[in-house]
Write a protein that binds this ligand. Structure first.
Ligand SMILES: [Zn+2]
Length: 225
């Protein structure tokens, strides 16, 4: 993960620049990245499996050597995030980068592993906005995770939370519930007094009520046959 370090430059500007470097004859400057992202566009400068010169260095961090091998340029996809005139990464650029990386992981089979330029080489302050505010980098990784597992993140936990919540019924509803569970107990549909007690103490949860209703209705139906 990189930033362009060129305030106001668009993804198109950056990819055009990389393309111009490719036209150099002889000993030129080697620099490129696979993708450049801004508020409105994502530019792809070379195939994912072609080496880009985006994180070369004389030395690498231990972490990079352990996970990316001795020549990280050869094992990584380089992504440049464009910055605004004030040097910040726009929220739309942030979101486009989330979309791009989630796509690379989901559709192209890359692992869900991120390295900033700094995490690879140790000395380069790139991407600077994330070096200054590491929580933004963390927010980015979380956003990619929830993009990859939308259900896991939202619906399931919400449901589970509700299931474990004690019913916040009005008194008359508790009375009706008391009647319903009490009847089931008296009719030998359920044989644990603890459920009746739980209702009287107003300690029953949504999940328990759901389970009891299914159980009671099912047993009453069987008894009626
Ligand atoms: Zn960089």
């Amino acid at each position: 993960m990189h930033y362009t370090a060129s305030p106001g430059a668009s993804a198109k500007n950056i990819s055009t620049y990389f393309a111009s470097l490719a036209q150099q004859v002889g000993k030129g400057r080697y620099a490129s990245a696979h993708y450049s992202v801004d508020r409105t566009s994502i530019y792809n400068s070379l195939p994912d499996d072609e080496l880009a010169y985006h994180c070369g260095s004389e030395t690498y961090t231990k972490e990079a050597l352990a996970h990316l091998g001795t020549y990280p340029n050869n094992s990584t996809v380089g992504i440049e995030m464009c910055i605004e005139k004030d040097g910040s990464i726009h929220e739309d650029t942030f979101n486009n980068t989330v979309d791009l990386t989630a796509y690379l992981i989901q559709e192209r089979g890359f692992p869900n592993v991120f390295f900033t330029h700094k995490e690879v080489v140790g000395w380069k302050e790139c991407p600077l906005p994330w070096i200054k505010a590491p929580e933004e980098y963390e927010r980015f990784k979380r956003a990619v995770d929830s993009k990859l597992n939308p259900l896991e993140e939202k619906v399931v936990t919400e449901d589970e939370d509700n299931m474990n919540k004690v019913l916040d019924y009005a008194q008359w509803t508790w009375n009706e519930l008391d009647q319903y569970i009490g009847d089931a107990y008296n009719d030998n549909i359920i044989d644990e007094w603890a459920w009746v007690e739980k209702v009287r103490k107003k300690k029953l949860t949504y999940g328990e009520l759901l389970m009891l209703k299914v159980l009671i209705d099912e047993r009453r139906r069987k008894k009626a046959k």
